[in-house]
Ligand binder design. Structure first.
Ligand SMILES: Cc1cc2nc3c(=O)[nH]c(=O)nc-3n(C[C@H](O)[C@H](O)[C@H](O)COP(=O)(O)OP(=O)(O)OC[C@H]3O[C@@H](n4cnc5c(N)ncnc54)[C@H](O)[C@@H]3O)c2cc1C
Length: 384
């Protein structure tokens, strides 16, 4: 089995990750204000994969690093410090953990090595044009036919679908089910299958980060059904738990904090007591986020389901990220609306990107309003 990184002291692990990320991540992609496209990050993905560092969150027996919460935080802190960009990583953050928990041996044996090797790049086929917050109302259908299921319908806001080789799809398999959550199944689909077409969509910052995906008589083999037929909602929620854990990771807020501190230093802002107090408050919020995240990473490592309370992590993480990005703009003063890196003395800082990047964080993975509804209903047991 691979190295037991948890056996290293935190200091030694930090030194190892810092040296690697600082020296090996390509300089021209550092602090990219958008997600990296697959063509840009393929070499980096493969380098991490070869080193055994591509899946810090997976158990070691499945080819991951099996990091403890503290080590995982160090890993993220060091990637942020070095300006390592976000890759199309849904295979690592969501599909792998979902197959480990809900898939069968054949699915794990087939897909996990391909995810690690960068041969299977995933996107998420959940939302539909009229089914976002009310996801269970989805209308994409899958009908059995011989050894396949035949899928018809459309998915929207599918992040990085134009770079993906595979998509996981929620589809209705029993229209007669009494409750809308029943009769939904979870499928794995190869994006090269005839009948799949894409339309790219531009985000607020002008980057093509997502797509609408159309399914016109798309066939996927029966082996690609995950879990039981009609019981996909449980798996869908399980995957959303992993998604909310990933969104809740402090890496994005940490990146905004790095910029904010550099800007405060460059503009001498810490001499202003009111500013210093706000920055300190956000540092404490970030520290709380780190502790909360660690608790859920531990849960994931024990193989436990995330549960509805993970919504708290998602809300806290994205609220903190947005507050940090807003203070960053305020601190930049008259330079706030400038795109790209702006020079402040010897330091160049991109002050606008965190603002753009943090806006959708309270929408994707289920909006923060929906997370609060979940907390109210399933954690606090308040009436609907
Ligand atoms: C950047 C980005 C990437 C995304 N990537 C993906 C992806 O890869 N795959 C995928 O499947 N989806 C993806 N999504 C879609 C995302 O999951 C949905 O946008 C989200 O679930 C909200 O759905 P909606 O857009 O249909 O908004 P709606 O459901 O129409 O909601 C509109 C507003 O009403 C509020 N609202 C709705 N119902 C309630 C309620 N019951 N109580 C209180 N408030 C309510 C919502 O909070 C929101 O503010 C992405 C979205 C974004 C912004």
């Amino acid at each position: 089995m691979s190295t037991d990184w948890n056996a290293l002291s935190d200091e030694a692990f930090r030194a190892e990750t810092r040296t690697f990320f600082e020296n090996e991540f390509p300089g021209h992609f550092k602090f990219l204000p958008r997600r990296m496209r697959w063509a840009e990050c393929r070499d980096w993905y493969l380098k991490l994969s070869k080193k055994g560092w591509i899946a810090p969150n997976w158990p070691r027996e499945h080819g991951g690093m099996g990091l403890s919460p503290t080590k995982l935080l160090i890993y993220f802190e060091e990637t942020e410090r070095a300006g390592v960009g976000r890759m199309p990583d849904q295979g690592i953050t969501m599909v792998g953990p979902t197959l480990i928990r809900f898939g069968n041996d054949a699915q794990r044996g087939h897909f996990l090595p391909r995810i690690l090797a960068g041969d299977a790049i995933w996107c998420q086929g959940y939302s539909e044009p009229n089914s976002g917050s009310d996801l269970a109302s989805l209308r994409t259908e899958a009908v059995p036919d011989g050894g396949d299921y035949v899928i018809n319908g459309s998915k929207i806001w599918t992040s990085m679908a134009h770079d993906a080789t595979h998509i996981y799809v929620l589809a209705r398999t029993d229209k007669a089910a009494k409750k809308k959550q029943e009769g939904i199944s979870f499928f794995l689909v190869d994006m090269k299958t005839p009948g799949i077409t894409l339309r790219t969509i531009r985000n607020i910052a002008g980057h093509e980060e997502f797509c609408q995906v159309f399914f016109d008589n798309v066939r996927t083999p029966k082996e690609n059904l995950v879990g039981e037929l009609h019981k996909g909602w449980t798996i869908a929620k399980g995957l959303l738990g992993f998604e909310r854990l990933n969104i809740g990771s402090p890496r994005r807020p940490l990146q905004a904090m790095e910029k904010l501190e550099a800007l405060a230093q460059a503009r001498g802002l810490m001499a202003d007591a009111a500013f210093a107090e706000r920055l300190t408050q956000l540092k404490l919020d970030l520290a709380d986020l780190g502790s909360l995240y660690g608790r859920y990473v531990d849960k994931a490592r024990r193989g436990e389901a995330m549960g509805p309370d993970v919504s708290m992590l998602k809300v806290w993480s994205m609220d903190t990220y947005q507050k940090l990005s807003e203070l960053l703009l305020e601190a930049a003063g008259e330079y706030a609306p400038m795109e790209g890196e702006v020079s402040f003395g010897d330091t160049a800082i991109d002050v606008l990107s965190p603002f753009y990047n943090s806006r959708p964080g309270t929408i994707y993975g289920g909006s923060n309003e929906i997370q609060r509804n979940i907390l109210a209903k399933y954690v606090l047991n308040l009436p609907s």
